[in-house]
Design a protein around this ligand. Structure first.
Ligand SMILES: *Cc1c(COP(=O)(O)O)cnc(C)c1O
Length: 400
């Protein structure tokens, strides 16, 4: 492979300060990636168990994406969402067939898909439920960074930000069906949640809760919206996390892995929920031919025979390895599903320090909370890469 190292920008301080500081980044510039590996501008190599935040489901720079990009970019990039294009139609058909839902709106980011889900539910409430508009959400949930999706998120650090928020998002604790039922009023139009809360630290909704929620929302004639942006597209060892329970939401959103590292997202819904009329929803890049062609290629890879089995084998190896480390270092166990796992660090709560030392040692990890490490490797990560990550982590955990 091509491991040519690019020049480190000589304008380092000025170049860095030309970016708005929306996150504190380490002073490293990544220049290349391949599979589970990243290289920085000094030629240092890193084993990547973050993968763009569970985005690069096929690892860095998968050859499939490169060839689809080249091929489609010589055919048609974008003819505006006001016209059909061939990949858009083919991809929508593939997504509906794999998800069991009936219609798709294609978008460019998870937040945009969720914003569309919220609008669709509100429209449905206006048309079919006497103007009901409230969407019950969960404590510690995460749905994105637009104003409405931040308002729908249950991140306490955001409570005082960007006031006034968008109203109409009462919150309940995850896995508390009685609390959901108590929150339902004639104003309620839907319940919206992640089947596994990713950003807050890999906290799964239980199977009983999801199954109960499906029955409860049906009984009350309200919608169930699943945000599968992090958990969908084979991340949890099934194509969608809801496949573990057999339930089907009325509305589902997809993002992250759906584009394997390129900006793609989708909003899917059941036929009788699809009440948008021309003009209600749109977006300049929605359904563009380039991204639809990529999405289709990604979906074909994830649907190939043996792909999910490989994800589940990787998951077992990672889970067992983390469990062993948990016992060895007196930590508090493993949680999650598939290749979205977290190691509970318990009282040592030095997640940030472990991440920092990992970076020095050529390992990219994420600590969504001080007491948790989150693992979201490429879905095609191999055995020796998992073993290597576990060996580095063992060493990091052995230090004070
Ligand atoms: C990442 C994420 C989003 C937001 O997606 P963006 O592409 O960053 O807008 C929404 N919901 C969940 C569950 C996510 O993990």
């Amino acid at each position: 492979m091509n491991t040519q190292i690019l020049e480190k920008p000589t304008t380092e301080p000025a170049g860095f300060s030309a970016l708005m500081e929306v996150t504190s980044r380490p002073p490293i510039v990544f220049t290349q990636g391949r599979g589970a590996w990243l290289w920085d501008s000094d030629g240092k190599r890193y084993l990547d168990f973050v993968q763009g935040w569970a985005v690069n489901c096929l690892g860095h720079c998968p050859p499939t994406i490169a060839s689809v990009l080249v091929e489609q970019s010589t055919m048609l990039l974008n003819c505006s969402p006001a016209f059909y294009n061939a990949p858009m139609i083919q991809y929508a058909e593939a997504l509906t067939s794999v998800s069991g839902l009936d219609r798709v709106f294609l978008a460019s980011s998870g937040a945009e898909a969720n914003e569309g889900a919220i609008k669709l539910a509100r429209k449905w409430g206006a048309v079919h439920r006497g103007g009901a508009f409230e969407i019950i959400t969960t404590d510690h949930g995460f749905h994105g960074r637009t104003l409405a999706t931040m308002s729908a998120s249950g991140k306490t650090a955001w409570d005082a930000l960007f006031e006034p928020k968008v109203g109409g998002f009462p919150r309940v604790p995850l896995n508390d069906l009685d609390a959901v039922e108590a929150a339902i009023t004639e104003k309620t139009v839907a319940v919206m949640l992640e089947p596994i809360q990713g950003e807050s630290g890999v906290w799964p909704a239980t199977d009983e809760f999801l199954i109960g929620l499906r029955a409860l929302t049906e009984r009350h004639g309200i919608l169930l919206i699943l945000d599968e942006i992090q958990t969908g597209m084979a991340r949890t060892g099934k194509m969608f996390c809801c496949d573990h329970t057999g339930i089907r939401p009325d509305i589902m959103t997809l993002g992250k892995g759906i584009g394997a590292g390129t900006p793609l997202a989708a909003l899917l819904a059941r036929e009788d929920v699809c009440c948008f009329e021309p003009g209600d929803q749109g977006g300049t890049y929605g359904g563009n031919a380039l991204m639809a062609a990529i999405g289709l290629a990604v979906l074909e890879k994830l649907s190939a025979p043996g792909f999910l089995a490989q994800v589940n084998a990787g998951s077992r190896q990672l889970w067992q390895g983390l469990e062993t480390l948990s016992e060895k270092h007196s930590l508090a166990g493993v949680r999650g599903k598939g290749l979205l796992l977290a190691l509970n660090l318990g009282p040592r709560s030095d997640g940030a320090k472990i991440v920092e030392r990992g970076l020095e040692n050529g390992l990219l990890l994420n600590a969504p909370a001080p007491d948790a490490l989150r693992f979201m490797p490429a879905l095609n990560v191999n055995k020796s890469e998992i073993a290597e990550m576990l060996a580095i982590l063992d060493e990091l955990l052995s230090r004070d």
